[in-house]
Ligand binder design. Structure first.
Ligand code: HPA
Length: 235
């Protein structure tokens, strides 16, 4: 059985071409146990749990990525290049950066701007715009409409910095219409672009950078469930 430094499939469990990627490995476990049938675990290295099962008869995997671009960069690279994954769908949370966006809304990252230098490895002569797979984005939007989910589509910020010493940093991104901040999608989009596979990031809004609002675990769970159903429909 093929393996990588970070993913060692156990018991010959296959990794599906469509893989959902939450940051938290325990979220991956919950998703697999709640939504998939005939689930088998394929990874436990570093407790970065990964599972494969079936959703409406289609094979789907779900695996944690950890936080930040270096971590999702590693896992998505190995999933694409060693395990042949073709559709990588990040399911996470983000902080809202626009007034018209509310807690628990869903954001689809059409683009992922970043303050990271991850792109430097590609030695491009100028700037690169990490974008989602239009095909996945269109399907996700359609599903969100069918489900009456409140959603937004646009540019997000994939930041390397959660605790930024420059307290004005987010203001500049807000001015450019960035919808929300998270920490992974730009690396996922770049890995997917470089490899010629599809990727999409979607997030529930867990906190608000303009209004000081609090979320409850119950409401977070419901919003997350709406989003997972959209993500699973992409398999
Ligand atoms: N910043 C970065 N990542 C996040 C946030 C945030 O405010 N909320 C959820 N993920």
């Amino acid at each position: 059985m093929i393996s990588t430094p970070h993913i060692k499939p156990v018991n010959n469990v296959n990794i599906a071409e469509t893989v959902l990627l939450p940051g938290d490995p325990l979220r991956a476990k919950f998703m697999a146990e709640t939504y998939l049938e005939d689930v088998q675990q394929f990874n436990m290295i570093r407790n970065m749990f990964g599972y494969t099962g079936f959703y409406k008869c289609k094979e789907v995997s779900v695996m944690g990525t950890g936080m930040g671009m270096p971590s999702i960069g590693i896992y998505s690279y190995e999933l694409i290049h060693t395990f042949g994954c073709k559709r990588l769908i990040r399911v996470g949370s983000c902080g809202a950066m626009q007034d018209n966006i509310n807690l628990y809304d869903v954001i689809f990252a059409q683009g992922a701007s970043t303050d990271s230098n991850y792109v430097n490895q590609y030695q491009l002569p100028a700037h690169f715009t990490p974008i989602a797979s239009y095909h996945l984005l269109e399907k996700a939007v359609q599903q969100a409409r069918d489900n009456y989910t409140t959603f937004h589509v646009g540019n997000v910020l994939s930041s390397d910095i959660f605790y930024n010493a420059d307290e004005t940093a987010s203001k500049h991104w807000m001015h450019m219409g960035i919808l929300g901040v998270e920490m992974e999608s730009a690396a996922l989009y770049m890995n997917a672009s470089y490899a010629g596979v599809e990727a999409l990031g979607m997030f529930t809004v867990s906190d608000h950078l303009i209004r000081n609002e609090v979320t409850t675990p119950e409401e977070r769970e419901r919003a997350f469930t709406d989003m997972i159903e959209i993500a699973l429909s992409l398999a």
